[in-house]
Ligand binder design. Structure first.
Ligand code: AMP
Length: 431
């Protein structure tokens, strides 16, 4: 067998898997900025980080996300490992978090748990702008609180974060998809509405009419969307309890000055949602149809259905790629340049600079040095490219006189200073 047959096209070794991206500097600076701000915001609200594996046993996702959702039916990266177990690369973060919550009996240790997570998710979707096969999500989950004020607090937390990031032109849509008690009547109403119109539905939705009619509401095919616009509204089928919860959510959002619209046909693509669901979308910008930045809601039944105690839960996840694309500003502007760049002439000077750079870093400065034997002109050019704030020049004469040359790159001025004064002089310049 030729190498080509056994390993696929020869150049596959040289390109990333379709729909999976490398994130290189300077773009990674923008990612880091978003992650840092998000972590700070989540922690400020009492959320602590959880890290779960990237792979789980397949039944976890089938049972929690739902076996008739697009994610489970068409999009999972499922494979058999060497122990003949079916594993799946996680398509989202909620199921793994709930599994960890249950497996470690966290509910026994604390009445309320607030977690956040960050990491790659995998779905075999049609790759396009804003839609990838490996994408990153950051999300939060709160367990143990049934009250709608926590749902509202999460939505307001998102608004705070997006506002801090300078993202404007957002639209927040909320709905209540009812609980297990409300669903059968709504399901019947949907079937009664769509059955006479089944001929106009896409083949997937014709199937969904018997397997999972609620999923028709989430179909992206234009013909189905037109029919969905006239479909019954879940809000007319809510029990008193669900209705009171939804009213409570709205009062809390109003109290927090969060602007939102009620969208009675918003259901989200995952089956585990009960009660509150919401989406935050970018109304302008380059995302086009992939403009949903964040999705979230309640999943009060999941922990119980996985075999744990009944535990109310609510959370959201946003896509990092879409958020970074919406974030104003060039990626370069997010990079943090060096405070100090050492330009050395000759090996003794380089060894001296190597040591001084380490000393400065230990004191919290960002310091770089040129390791290659290059001309002073080339070194200064490189310092300029790196946007270093100050260059410290050391050659043989500086070494023997125990001086260094300090060059202020912004002012374009330089002067000799005693080597011992480097730290206080730098502090003055960088203040
Ligand atoms: P979901 O987990 O489907 O509720 O999606 C939550 C958020 O994750 C979406 O609003 C997107 O920002 C992001 N997301 C979901 N799927 C993808 C994907 N295939 N590519 C990029 N981002 C995604």
């Amino acid at each position: 067998m030729s190498g080509r047959d056994s390993q696929g096209p020869a150049d596959d070794a040289l390109r990333a898997v379709k729909g999976m991206n490398d994130i290189l500097p300077p773009d990674s600076a923008k990612w880091n900025y978003v992650e840092k701000r998000a972590r700070a915001t989540f922690e400020n609200h009492g959320y602590r980080e959880v890290r779960t594996p990237v792979v789980e046993y397949t039944p976890l996702f089938v049972r929690s996300i739902g076996d008739t959702t697009d994610v489970v039916e068409k999009e999972m990266y499922t494979f058999t490992d060497r122990d003949q177990r079916s594993l799946t690369l996680r398509p989202e973060g909620t199921a793994g978090a709930a599994r960890a919550f249950l497996e470690h009996s966290v509910h026994v240790k604390e009445p309320v748990t607030r977690w956040y997570y960050s990491g790659p998710m995998f779905r075999h979707e049609r790759a396009q702008k804003g839609r990838y096969r490996q994408f990153y999500q950051m999300g939060v989950e709160a367990y143990g609180v049934a009250e709608p004020t926590v749902d509202a607090e999460q939505i307001a937390m998102l608004m705070t974060l997006f506002g801090d990031l300078g993202i404007t032109g957002l639209e927040t849509a909320v709905n209540n998809v009812g609980g297990p008690a409300d669903r059968p009547r709504f399901r019947d109403a949907l079937v009664a509405y769509f059955t006479p119109r089944a001929g106009e539905l896409c083949p997937d939705c014709q199937r969904r009419l018997t397997t999972n009619p609620l999923r028709i509401l989430d179909c992206k095919v234009e013909g189905c969307k037109a029919l969905v616009a006239g479909a019954p509204s879940i809000l007319d089928f809510l029990s008193d309890g669900s209705r009171a919860h939804f009213d409570g959510l709205r009062r809390a959002l109003d109290a927090l000055d969060v602007r939102y619209v009620v969208e009675p046909r918003l259901v989200r693509g995952l089956d585990y949602y009960t009660g509150t669901v919401y989406e935050v979308r970018a109304t302008g910008g380059e995302l086009g149809s992939q403009n949903t930045l964040c999705g979230g809601g309640r999943y009060d039944a999941m922990v119980g259905e996985l075999g744990g105690p009944a535990t109310p839960a609510v959370g959201f996840a946003f896509g990092m790629e879409r958020l970074v694309m919406t974030l104003p500003g060039d990626a370069e502007g997010f990079e943090i340049p060096a405070d100090v760049f050492f330009a050395a002439h000759g090996e003794p000077a380089r060894l001296y600079c190597l040591k001084r750079a380490a000393e400065l870093r230990a004191r919290g400065f960002r310091a770089e040095l040129e390791h290659r034997a290059a001309s002073m002109k080339a070194q200064l050019k490189r310092a300029d490219r790196l946007k270093a704030r100050v260059v410290v020049v050391v050659g043989e004469s500086e070494l023997s006189s125990q001086q260094v040359v300090l060059r202020d790159m912004k002012a374009g001025e330089q002067r000799s200073i005693p080597a011992d004064d480097l730290v206080p002089e730098l502090k003055k310049l960088l203040r």
